[in-house]
Design a binder for this molecule. Structure first.
Ligand SMILES: [Zn+2]
Length: 448
């Protein structure tokens, strides 16, 4: 039997995927209904039309000298590819594809079971939406490799996307990655140039704008529990619940950076808030740890130096989101030593810490805080110098108690309510301060 031959042709999909098909269908139905209800929002959302192409199964076969990644798809697609380094990855660019496949198939632990001894090529792979109308497969390499073939093949059983990889030496891979970086550079400059209108702060005079930022999305799943619950889905559900709670207060406008399962780069999340003149930015995440006893929510503010080693680790993990989706690693941007910039940033960070303390007080009442709930680190997504920003880690997917909470609609409702109350308390304190500033002291009694 040939090494690359498919399994029993009477079974349309590999066995490992069969159990997940129904479940993924449910997730997809949820995602579609959310997407439909929010398509009119001023946020990042994908096209209202469902994608035409579906992928229903994936399988990896590898030996020391070759690897083949197969996707069963509903119709032919055009596949482009390029290499990205640090860490070494191959990116397959596709038109929009709905992946009805459990993402766990591409995780390292799933692959290790089938891996031969010796030097494998593929460490792990993931797939999902990258931008409206575009999907990606990101292949994490265990050793430098290139795509020798990536094409849709019509077979009697259906269409299959076949991606063949072969090893190359490190110098060749570095050259491929550098070539891509050169060709991609003008694209990024252009994007920045297009997206630079002045923030519209005049409209915020009506009511303050709160931007809620559900982490990850699309090709980037974020953290995952042992049983496959995904951070990107949990944080979106929480963000939607929080939006509803804040809107119910009738005092604020609320926008989400993403309202469905789509990837958004970290800088774009920050830009989204700044361009719309957000008064507050709340990024929502959840984490996972090897240690199952660690639990509870943590509230992070931005700081150049992390408050502790654990916070530094979490910031590094969350900052990796762009690379998880196949973007280039960016060199740290030198921050300009402009005195006005510094002043604004100092003031903004103080406001962020003020909101964080309100949030901790409300969540303490709700009773689901981490032992050390107030921390800080260099999160990229919190770096707007003029928008007070916090990052709320809802809890740990590795803790049974947290996972039960995070997937409970009742808990979500309660926690979203506490968070909305913290928003209200923060703005109440702000308007009191503003009042004191305008009227520094009670007017002195006028002498007759
Ligand atoms: Zn996250």
């Amino acid at each position: 039997m040939g090494f690359f031959s498919m399994t029993n042709p009477s079974r349309p999909f590999p066995r490992v995927l069969g159990d997940f098909t129904a479940l993924t269908g449910v997730f997809l139905a949820c995602a579609l209904s959310i997407s439909a209800s929010l398509a009119a929002e001023d946020g990042h959302s994908s096209s209202a039309n469902p994608p035409k192409i579906e992928a229903i199964a994936a399988r990896l076969e590898q030996r020391n000298d070759s690897a083949r990644l197969l996707f069963e798809i509903s119709g032919p697609v055009r596949a482009e590819n390029f290499a990205v380094s640090a860490p070494d990855r191959i990116i397959i660019e596709l038109p929009e594809v709905a992946f009805r496949i459990d993402p766990a198939v591409g995780r390292p632990n799933a692959l290790a079971r089938g891996a031969a001894n010796g030097e494998i090529i593929v460490k792990s792979y993931r797939f999902g939406q990258f931008a409206p109308g575009r999907s990606r497969v990101v292949i994490d390499l265990a050793r430098p490799a290139k795509v020798v073939r990536a094409e849709s093949v019509n077979r009697p059983e259906g269409v299959r996307l076949e991606i063949d990889l072969a090893p190359v030496d490190a110098a060749k891979f570095a050259e491929m990655a550098a070539e891509h970086a050169r060709s991609a550079a003008p694209d990024q400059t252009e994007r920045t140039a297009v997206a630079a209108p002045e923030p519209d702060r005049s409209s915020s005079s009506s009511s303050p704008l709160i931007v809620i930022d559900p982490g990850h999305g699309g090709v980037d799943d974020g953290a995952a529990s042992k049983h496959g619950e995904l951070e990107k889905k949990i944080v979106l559900e929480f963000a939607l619940a929080l939006k509803a709670k804040i809107e119910a207060q009738g005092r604020f406008r609320v926008l989400l950076t993403r309202a469905d399962d789509v990837f958004i780069a970290l800088d774009d999340r920050v830009r989204f808030a700044r361009q719309r003149g957000a008064a507050l930015f709340i990024s929502i995440h959840a984490d996972t740890l090897g240690e199952a006893s660690v639990q509870g929510a943590t509230i992070y503010t931005v700081a150049t130096k992390a408050s502790d080693a654990e916070s530094a680790r979490i910031a590094e993990k969350e900052n990796f989101a762009d690379q998880a989706a196949g973007l280039e690693q960016k060199a740290a941007i030198e921050e300009i030593g402009d005195i006005l910039f510094d002043l604004t940033r100092r003031e903004t960070r103080a406001l962020g810490r003020d909101f964080a303390s309100k949030l901790i007080a409300k969540w303490r009442d709700a009773g689901s805080l981490n032992k050390n709930p107030s921390r800080s680190a260099g999160f990229v997504v919190l770096k707007a110098h003029d928008v007070p920003s916090v990052l709320l880690e809802l809890g740990y997917l590795s803790s049974a108690k947290d996972l039960a909470n995070l997937t409970s609609p009742l808990w979500r409702d309660h926690a979203a309510q506490s968070t909305a109350e913290a928003v209200e308390a923060y703005f109440e304190a702000r308007s009191r301060d503003a009042h004191v500033e305008t009227h520094p002291a009670d007017p002195a009694p006028r002498s007759q």
